[in-house]
Design a protein around this ligand. Structure first.
Ligand code: C2E
Ligand code: MG
Ligand code: MG
Ligand code: MG
Length: 290
């Protein structure tokens, strides 16, 4: 079978692979310098509280403007950062920068708008200490309850004593904890009772298919019911349509995030479109009944 493919095809594959390795090494080199070259920026995506109709916090999402390649999407450079260990440095930069920004907003506006920062499993494994989180709060003077950390399910599956202790220490600082991309990881739910969690973010894929696919609608219903029983607040990710919004509201899902309301935005846009207009309810009367 290998013979049938022929030498030219083989050559095609190797040069293609070479190219990929080159691109990767180039990107890795550039990513190492991205912080001091000021190519990184944090975008903020509002999370709306359906009970008040107001923005309650924003998710901090990292953006990289490469000098020659332009915008490099997170799904390309975050995995690279994780594999190379650069995520430790990048992750700390995001934590300090997002906390500083939120603290400035808090002081300036006196609005209780928080920030939610993604922390990857690799970051924790590479020793993101609770002392660092304490230092972030100390340095930026951000009220702890305005900071949430988003952790994906895979870490919660490793319910080692060290892991559970880390979570408890974070809780002692007053910081909130969210499970990100819920439903895409593992099937065991037993970790939900062992970790001190505050929010559960339902993955975008369930929300996307919840209108039209009975199975997904049932899963969303079940996740919200379970979360309520465990006293976890639910954030639905990737809400794009009014239908999805109404469906989620009927199920008493309290928070939604998604393009229906807002895309992730720059600091300037957040100040102009969110902070300056805060207090104006985002939901028109009658849109959500009951
Ligand atoms: P995530 O944590 O699940 O973040 C939500 C992603 O969904 C964001 O993608 C956001 O732009 C996108 N999104 C939100 N609402 C909608 C919607 O209505 N429709 C669609 N199609 N997409 C929506 P983004 O910014 O590209 O980030 C992708 C992932 O990269 C994040 O997924 C997160 O896992 C990772 N990431 C981003 N910033 C950081 C960071 O600072 N640290 C770490 N460790 N990971 C990060
Ligand atoms: Mg997230
Ligand atoms: Mg995530
Ligand atoms: Mg997510």
């Amino acid at each position: 079978r290998a013979k049938a493919i022929g030498p030219n095809v083989y050559q095609f594959f190797t040069s293609k692979m070479n190219e990929q390795i080159h691109t990767r090494m180039g990107l890795e080199h550039d990513l190492r310098h991205a912080i001091e070259r000021e190519e990184l920026e944090i975008y903020y995506q509002p999370i709306v509280d359906l009970e008040t109709g107001l923005v309650s916090k924003a998710e901090a999402l990292l953006r990289w403007e490469h000098p020659t390649r332009g915008k490099v999407p997170p799904y390309e450079f975050i995995p690279l950062a994780e594999e190379t260990g650069l995520i430790a440095k990048l992750g700390e930069w995001v934590l300090y920068t997002a906390a500083q920004q939120t603290s400035i907003w808090q002081t300036r506006t006196n609005l209780p708008i928080g920030v939610s920062v993604n922390v990857s499993t690799h970051q924790l494994k590479r020793g993101l200490s609770t002392a660092t989180i304490a230092d972030v709060l100390q340095t930026t003077q951000l009220s702890p309850e305005l900071l949430s950390l988003e952790i994906t399910e895979s870490l919660l599956m490793e319910d080692t004593v060290a892991n559970i202790q880390w979570f408890h220490k974070i809780k002692e600082l007053g910081v909130k904890l969210s499970i990100d991309d819920f439903g895409t990881g593992y099937s065991s739910l037993s970790y939900l009772k062992r970790f001190p969690l505050d929010f559960l973010k339902i993955d975008r894929s369930f929300i996307r298919d919840s209108i039209g696919k009975q199975e997904d609608a049932s899963l969303v219903k079940a996740i919200i019911a379970m979360a309520n029983g465990l006293k976890l607040k639910v954030i639905a990710e990737g809400v794009e349509t009014q239908e999805q919004l109404i469906f989620l509201h009927q199920l008493r899902c309290q928070y939604v995030q998604g393009f229906y309301f807002f895309k992730p935005m720059s600091v300037k846009d957040f100040e102009r479109n969110i902070l300056a207009k805060h207090g104006v309810p985002l939901l028109k009367k009658g849109l959500l009944r009951g």
